[in-house]
Design a protein around this ligand. Structure first.
Ligand SMILES: Cc1cc2nc3c(=O)[nH]c(=O)nc-3n(C[C@H](O)[C@H](O)[C@H](O)COP(=O)(O)O)c2cc1C
Length: 306
C-alpha cells in the first residue's frame, strides 16, 4: 500500500510541495485569507495582476453571480509593483508557498519595465497576464494574436532573464494553439490557462448592461468543461509544463485537469464560496492517489504530453 503519494512537482526548476495554486485576483496577497484556510499547505500563490503604476480599477458593478459561475470586471485594481514589493511581498514571502507574481500592463514597454522590477525581487515565477478581458488598453489584447503575444513575451523574457516565465493565456483567442506556440518560441517556460471568458449580463431593471464596460470575465464551474478541453488540446501541442484552471472546486475537478496533462492547477472562484476548498483539494488528490496506488503526480496523466 502506497501511504505517502508524492504530490511534489517542479516548474522551470522551482519546486512545489503540491500542485494546488491560488489563482490570480482571487486570493489578494495572501493576508486577506489569514485564519480562513491553511495557507502554508498550498503549493503556490499567484498575486493579483500587478502593473507598473497603481490602478484604481473599474467603476460600477464589479462582480455578478451567474447560475454556475461568477462574472467580474475588476479592472486590475492594484497598488503598483513598487508598493507591492515594499508593502505586500515581505509578508507574502513568509507564508511558505511558491510566490508567483501576475504581471499586467497596457503597453509592451510597461510590461517590460514591470518585469525588470520583478526580476530583482524575491518572487519565484512571473505569470505574464496577456488575458485580462476587463481593461481598455492592453491586457487580453496581447493574448488574442500570436504576433502580439510573441512581442510582449520576448520583451518580458529579456527584461526578466533571472525568473521563470509562465504566460497566462486567454480562452478568447481565436487560435489558442498559435498563441501558445508563439509564447513558447519566445522563451515562455510554462503556460497557464484559462483566464476568464468574455461574457455579458443586462440589468433588466436599469435597462442597461450590468457592467460599465459592457462585457466582463466569466469564471467558475460553468467554464470547466471548456477549460479542460483547451488544456487537453494544448498539452498535445506544446512541450512546456501547463498549469490548468477554470472552475475547479473539488479534488475530482482538479484530477480531471491533472489527467488531461496539466502539471499543476489553480483555483479561483471556488475560494470565494468556500475558502478551505484548496486545502480539501490537496487532501482529496492525495486520498485518490493512495486509493488507486498512484505513486506520483506525473503518473496521473492519462496521455503522455508531446
Ligand atoms: C474577481 C476575479 C479577479 C481576477 N483577477 C485576475 C487578475 O488580476 N489576473 C489574472 O491573470 N487573472 C485574474 N482572474 C482570473 C482567475 O485567475 C482565473 O484565471 C479564472 O477566474 C478562472 O479560474 P476559476 O474558474 O477557478 O475562477 C480573476 C478572476 C476573478 C474571479
Amino acid at each position: 500500500m502506497n501511504d505517502k503519494p508524492d504530490l511534489s512537482l517542479s516548474i522551470a526548476g522551482i519546486p512545489f510541495r503540491n500542485p494546488v495554486i491560488a489563482a490570480s485576483g482571487t486570493f489578494g496577497y495572501g493576508r486577506e485569507y489569514a485564519g480562513l484556510l491553511d495557507i502554508a499547505a498550498l503549493g503556490g500563490i499567484c498575486t493579483k495582476g500587478l502593473t507598473l503604476t497603481p490602478r484604481a480599477g473599474n467603476d460600477g458593478i464589479r462582480v455578478h453571480e451567474t447560475p454556475s459561475g461568477l462574472m467580474n470586471s475588476i479592472g486590475l485594481e492594484n497598488p503598483g509593483i513598487p508598493a507591492f514589493l515594499e508593502k505586500e511581498l515581505p509578508a507574502l514571502r513568509e507564508l511558505g508557498p511558491v510566490i508567483i507574481a501576475n504581471l499586467s500592463g497596457s503597453s509592451v514597454e510597461e510590461y517590460a519595465e514591470g518585469a525588470h522590477l520583478l526580476n530583482a525581487a524575491p518572487i519565484d515565477i512571473i505569470e505574464l497576464n496577456i488575458s485580462c478581458p476587463n481593461v481598455k488598453a492592453g491586457g487580453m489584447g496581447f493574448g488574442l494574436d500570436p504576433g502580439a503575444a510573441a512581442g510582449v513575451t520576448r520583451a518580458v523574457r529579456r527584461a526578466a532573464a533571472n525568473k521563470p516565465l509562465m504566460v497566462k493565456l486567454s480562452p478568447n483567442a481565436p487560435d489558442l494553439c498559435a498563441v501558445a506556440s508563439a509564447c513558447v518560441a519566445q522563451g515562455a517556460n510554462a503556460l497557464s490557462l484559462v483566464n476568464t471568458f468574455k461574457a455579458m449580463a443586462i440589468d433588466i431593471y436599469r435597462r442597461k448592461p450590468m457592467f460599465d464596460m459592457v462585457s466582463a470575465g466569466l469564471s467558475g464551474p460553468g467554464i470547466r468543461p471548456i477549460a479542460l478541453r483547451m488544456v487537453w488540446e494544448l498539452c498535445e501541442q506544446v512541450s512546456v509544463p501547463i498549469v490548468g484552471m477554470g472552475g475547479i472546486a473539488t479534488a475530482s475537478d482538479a484530477l480531471e485537469f491533472l489527467m488531461a496533462g496539466a502539471v499543476a492547477i489553480q483555483v479561483g472562484s471556488a475560494t470565494f464560496a468556500h475558502p478551505p476548498a484548496m486545502n480539501e483539494i490537496i487532501t482529496g488528490i492525495a486520498a485518490y492517489m493512495r486509493q488507486y496506488q498512484i505513486p506520483s503526480l506525473a503518473d496521473l496523466a492519462i496521455r503522455k504530453t508531446a
